[in-house]
Design a protein around this ligand. Structure first.
Ligand SMILES: NC(=O)c1ccc[n+]([C@@H]2O[C@H](COP(=O)([O-])OP(=O)(O)OC[C@H]3O[C@@H](n4cnc5c(N)ncnc54)[C@H](O)[C@@H]3O)[C@@H](O)[C@H]2O)c1
Length: 163
């Protein structure tokens, strides 16, 4: 595969699973160095990921809803690698589904909002000044499917855009 992204530094949230992991693999295959951000909730997951990515990435265990943790990781990456070129926000949760709107639990909705919205806000908030400063950067968010089209019973993850 052509190394189109040589010397680019990428941050990928939700990198331990699903879309985030697939995107992180592709970025590394195309030459980027990848900061892999995730809760890494499964025992041994962090070590497995680090073994797989080797010198082409670094795993950072963090909770994307915690602003201080996000700021710390973005700053560490920028200090260590000198720049941040790509941000992929793929960390996300579905929350409780199959519910009518009025059956939704407030604390569950709050958690979905914290992960899916505030998580992307925090990474962008701290990566953007670096990108602006260097005059280059790309950010990609992966909103949950129900945020983009109607999916009955998935009201909580449609978020504030479409109540
Ligand atoms: N899979 C799809 O077809 C699809 C399509 C469109 C959009 N999406 C959206 O893209 C996102 C990722 O989907 P997926 O299928 O890869 O999900 P996934 O569950 O496989 O991966 C999500 C990752 O986010 C991580 N994560 C969750 N909460 C976190 C937190 N507080 N801090 C750090 N990491 C956290 C999890 O540990 C997990 O590794 C979701 O928001 C999903 O709704 C998925």
């Amino acid at each position: 595969m052509a190394a189109r992204l040589n010397d680019q530094i990428a941050l990928v949230t939700g990198a331990a699973s699903g879309l985030g992991l697939a995107i992180a693999r592709r970025l590394a295959a195309e030459g980027a160095w990848v900061a892999l951000l995730d809760l890494c909730g499964r025992p041994g997951q962090r070590e497995e990921m680090q073994r797989e990515f080797g010198a082409s990435g670094q795993v950072y265990v963090l909770d994307i809803t915690k602003e201080d943790e996000v700021r710390g990781v973005v700053e560490r990456v920028a200090r260590a690698r000198g720049r941040v070129d790509i941000l992929v926000n793929s960390a996300g949760i579905t929350g409780e589904t199959g519910l009518k709107s009025h059956e939704t639990r407030t604390d569950n909705l709050r958690l979905v909002f914290e992960v899916n919205f505030m998580g992307s806000y925090f990474t962008s908030k701290y990566a953007l000044p670096i990108m602006v400063g260097q005059g280059y950067g790309r950010i990609r968010h992966f909103p949950p499917l129900p945020a983009r089209r109607e999916m009955p019973g998935c009201w909580p993850i449609r978020g504030p855009r479409r109540l």
